[in-house]
Design a protein around this ligand. Structure first.
Ligand SMILES: *Cc1c(COP(=O)(O)O)cnc(C)c1O
Length: 443
């Protein structure tokens, strides 16, 4: 592990004077559309700690949005990426390929759900992977339509903005959006009107009704879904919903695409969140945790579907860059060696009961949910389910001031989400939870 001491240390306000100075420079020269959750400027990070220019050490419950699951600068990532940097940095796989790209595709074929023949294509970002999954599904089915879900998040490019549910901040003013995208209900148990026990069956029926009656199932190329909605609020669809949708897709020749960009690579306590209900997606998109912080993304799936796009139809200058591929091989090696699925489950076992105990004490906590190290609390007006974004940002701010990096999310901006690096020490994890508890107590 990194030599960075694994302890919280506050030596100035958060942000401190040097960060404030850098923030002023940033405001002067960086586009205003790039927002900042917590303006401390980072100099080092590793394990469960982020160190800033003022010398503060913060506990990391964000992992740069579920990216550094293996920890920042994980030794195997650094070693493999460094060796690769010295050997060569780029040739473009479409010009003269290299083994690292092939090896990443081999690992993806082994690790993703299902034992059918699989192939992969590599890209730079999650959004690019999702776009390519849609291209591949359209080429395979020769159909135009794409079905997505309420609360879904799939990226910020033109097609993925259309796939994403939430207007502000992701879409507002950025249209017109790509056509042939249809949104259907998600089994959001906590907010399902007839109660969580009915959510799976009723939401699946409603979704299938829209597909068959409004779109026509034989016009649908792909159904794209996050097994746990990430940006939308860490919404785990009620059990039984995903299998119903997957079965409907299979019965109607629709490509079932699992967007595991946030949930994948050990985050939820399994290699992929689909495994929880035994779902075998036709295509799976991955990014974020895949390469320990370097930009890499993938579409992996059934060989016959992946081969539907003609030669030259997929790719890009940098997709599957050799340094990013080497980093991914280091990250995957680390996940196996340290058994990070088990670490993620352990994190959930520590966090969930503590957050449930807070829910007993603080009536603004409406629900505690999530799996493994993808855990959230949804905040409401006490005694109701009315979303409470004001309290959500107040708690997040209090945590930041105390040296804990936490993120918010949710269609209603009322979800506090926890995504610690899977290698975080249990002492730091508990200290972070103490800070969360103090933040609620101080409301
Ligand atoms: C983050 C995310 C994306 C977009 O990934 P980028 O790398 O930011 O383009 C797509 N889908 C899901 C589920 C995500 O969490």
């Amino acid at each position: 592990m990194s030599e960075l001491p694994q302890e919280r240390r506050l030596v100035s306000a958060v942000p401190g004077p040097k960060s404030e100075e850098l923030l002023a420079r940033m405001r002067a020269t960086v586009a205003g559309g790039i927002s900042v959750t917590l303006p401390v400027f980072v100099t080092r990070a590793g394990g469960g700690v982020v160190e800033d220019v003022d010398g503060n050490r913060l506990i990391d419950f964000g992992s740069g949005i579920a990216v550094t699951s293996v920890g920042n600068s994980a030794p195997a990532v650094v070693r493999r990426a460094t060796e690769q940097l010295a050997d060569f940095t780029h040739t473009c796989v479409m010009i003269t390929p290299y083994e690292e790209y092939v090896e990443v595709a081999e690992r993806l074929a082994e690790l993703t759900p299902g034992d059918h023949p699989k192939k992969s294509a590599l890209f730079n970002s999650g959004a690019e992977a999702v776009e390519n999954a849609v291209k591949i599904a359209r080429a395979y089915t020769k159909r135009p339509a794409v079905v997505v879900f309420e609360h879904g998040y799939h990226g910020r490019t033109n097609l993925t903005m259309a796939l994403t549910a939430k207007n502000m901040p992701y879409k507002d003013g950025f249209g017109p959006f790509a056509p042939e995208v249809y949104r259907v209900p998600l089994a959001y148990g906590y907010r399902w009107l007839t109660g969580p026990e009915h959510a799976a069956e009723e939401a699946a029926a409603a979704a299938i009704d829209v597909i068959t009656k409004q779109i026509g199932a034989d016009h649908v190329a792909a159904i794209v879904i996050e097994p746990i909605a990430g940006e939308g609020g860490f919404i785990e669809p009620a059990k039984g919903f995903l299998p119903r949708i997957a079965r409907f897709a299979r019965d109607n020749g629709i490509v079932f695409v699992a967007d595991e960009i946030q949930t994948g690579f050990c985050r939820t306590g399994q290699w992929f969140a689909c495994e929880d209900e035994g779902i075998v997606p036709d295509l799976i998109t991955t990014a974020k945790g895949i390469a320990g912080g370097l930009p890499l993304a993938a579409v992996t799936g059934r060989a016959e579907i992946m081969d539907a796009a003609h030669a030259g139809g997929l790719g890009g200058t940098y997709g599957g860059n050799p340094v990013a591929c080497a980093a991914a091989l280091g990250a995957i090696e680390t996940m196996k060696e340290l058994d990070l699925p088990a670490k993620a489950r352990r994190i959930g076992e520590i966090m969930t009961p503590r957050l449930r105990a807070m829910q007993e004490k603080f009536p603004v906590i409406g629900e505690v949910r999530g799996r493994g190290a993808m855990i959230a609390v949804e905040l409401v007006e006490p005694g109701t389910k009315e979303p409470n974004p004001a309290v959500t940002s107040a708690v997040a701010k209090a945590c930041h001031a105390a040296g804990l990096i936490v993120l918010t999310c949710g269609t209603y901006g009322n979800v506090l989400r926890f995504l610690p690096p899977l290698v975080i020490g249990e002492d730091l994890l508990n200290e972070g939870l103490d800070i969360v508890e103090e933040a609620f107590a101080g409301l």
